[in-house]
Design a protein around this ligand. Sequence first.
Ligand code: HEM
Length: 162
Amino acid sequence: MTVIDILILWIHIFAAIIFVGGSFFIWLVVWPVSYTLTDDEKERTRIVGKIAKRFAYFTHSSLLILIITGIYNTTWYLRGDISTLTLTTGGRILLVKSILVIVVIAIIYSNNLYHGKLITRLVSEGRLEEVAKIRKRTHMLSFISLSLLLAITGLATALQFY
Ligand code: HEM
């Protein structure tokens, strides 16, 4: 490995820390604490929405960095031979990891873009019963994406050993 390879792997790992750590922080800290801040559902949605909007900048940039540096890491990891992606254990782990990354990106963006806007609109219109129904769905999708992030980091660790 060259110094550049190490530097780019470090950027990849740091972006993963921001993205994965931030996602867990929102669900384990921001979300539960928001219920203790106010009883007004409109106000609570506004607060969480503002925090999520700010974190979205970091989600976009860290995901972009992860994809670009991930493709770079792949060049040295597969030793320039793309066929190892299906022929070796390490290659297969990398393939599964990349597919899971695509799935998690699809879930996060469709969930946030579609449900995020819908919830904000329904809360502002006072349609709280509908919001409760949608929240159940968004919580399930968030739980799935957090579980996939656990799997992705597990596979990333396994890459070290194959
Ligand atoms: C959510 C997105 C991602 C996360 C959380 C993530 C996480 C990580 C972590 C934590 C490592 C360090 C593993 C270690 O050194 O023990 C790593 C390494 C690596 N990642 Fe990713 N990654 C992501 C996306 C990608 C993508 C999209 C690719 C390929 C296109 C990729 C390819 C690699 C490669 C080749 C390594 C080097 C493996 C090694 O150190 O032996 N990653 N990743």
